[in-house]
Design a binder for this molecule. Structure first.
Ligand SMILES: [Zn+2]
Length: 360
């Protein structure tokens, strides 16, 4: 069903919605509210609403209609209204009443009818390597029919949109966003689906093997604390290899990790109970990280974490396991971490996430 759409071509809109659901249902592509898709027709663009999950595209009204030309003009004029894009919403058609994605302006800048942006764990793992230019060029040589470019790290929102806009006129099929994810474009949802299939194969990275998590041991460590072992078995991999632990705890690799889990991950000493760790942090006047690693045993998450935060723990496990051993990745710097945690648009996205968790 074409939720909220009044456009003529509902068949193509439905195909776009189905593509959005598919991208949102693959944990290696989308985690929680990350990623966003858009569809343009007759000067309007339907783009995923901020804070909503692509996985819910078929069951909920998650697309917000915005006017493309004035939004692109605002972006190019450095008009601050381009950042949240709320002034470009077509209110009459906006049945959900939500705000458009914080990444709306780059969707508008690209001329293709269908744009899919997602946080592919393979792309993130390759795009944080020191020699990423050469590595990615080698991978993209496997898909010679696709045009592509790389985009340096910028904060999501207009800083990133300005970088992407520089490539809009050349209509790239694929953009690799360093320390962030990927963008795949096309004239139809089906064309984008085919391109995603090709690019997913070209960028696939084998994962480092790990042992299973020690749930009983983790439960014992968490006793009497406000933490619990991660429910999702895949999330524990971050703590189940010393290489993974080292990569995860040496810096932040991509924006959604910082936004949902913060810039610091805690590491328990061998056999250290969480409540002792927390007491130690508090006595030093330090904040307690939302995610703790018990090396060799698994991952503990703060009970206060939202569904969006919990799934980000899984994302990290998938990314760090795909970064080769002994390679020091390119991390976000302190200023980049700071701007992610002090940003009104992100606070809105997290507030929606908290609301959704309370309902669940
Ligand atoms: Zn993104």
């Amino acid at each position: 069903m074409a939720l909220g759409i009044r456009a003529q071509d509902t068949e193509e809109f439905d195909a776009f919605i189905e593509l959005s659901r598919e991208i949102g249902s693959d944990i290696l592509k989308t985690q929680g509210a990350g990623g966003n898709t858009s569809w343009k027709r007759d000067g309007l663009m339907w783009v995923k609403a901020s804070g909503t999950w692509l996985a819910h595209a078929c069951e909920r009204d998650i697309m917000v209609p915005v006017r493309v030309d004035p939004l692109v003009a605002a972006l190019r004029d450095h008009d601050p209204r381009a950042e949240k894009a709320v002034d470009f919403i077509v209110d009459d058609l906006n049945s959900s009443g939500l705000r458009p994605s914080i990444e709306t302006s780059f969707h508008a800048a690209l001329p293709q009818a269908v744009v899919a942006h997602y946080h592919c764990v393979n792309t993130i793992a390759l795009s944080v390597l020191q020699d990423r230019d050469a590595v990615i060029a080698g991978r993209m040589a496997r898909v010679p029919d696709l045009t592509w470019a790389t985009i340096p790290y910028r904060r999501p929102g207009t800083p990133l949109a300005h970088e992407i806009d520089r490539f809009a006129a050349s209509r790239p099929d694929v953009l690799i966003l360093y320390n962030h994810g990927i963008l795949v474009t096309g004239d139809t949802a089906e064309q984008v689906r085919q391109r995603i299939r090709l690019i997913t194969e070209a960028l696939a990275v084998p994962e480092r093997g790990t042992d299973a998590a020690d749930f009983d041991g983790l439960t014992a460590l968490a006793e009497g604390s406000d933490f619990h072992p991660a429910e999702d078995a895949g999330s524990h991999k971050t703590a189940l290899s010393l290489d993974n632990v080292a990569i995860a705890t040496s810096g932040s690799l991509y924006p959604d990790h910082v936004v949902f889990l913060g810039a610091e991950i805690g590491v328990l000493a061998e056999g250290q109970a969480v409540r002792d760790y927390v007491a130690g942090r508090r006595s030093q006047g330090s904040a307690v990280p939302k995610m703790l690693l018990a090396p060799g045993q698994g991952v503990l998450l703060a009970n206060e974490l939202t569904a969006g935060g919990r799934v980000m723990a899984r994302c990290l496990a998938e990314v760090v396991g795909r970064i080769p051993d002994a390679v020091s990745p390119v991390y976000l710097n302190a200023a980049q971490e700071y701007e992610l945690t002090h940003w009104e648009a992100e606070q809105y996205r997290q507030a929606l996430d908290r609301k959704a968790s309370q309902r669940a």
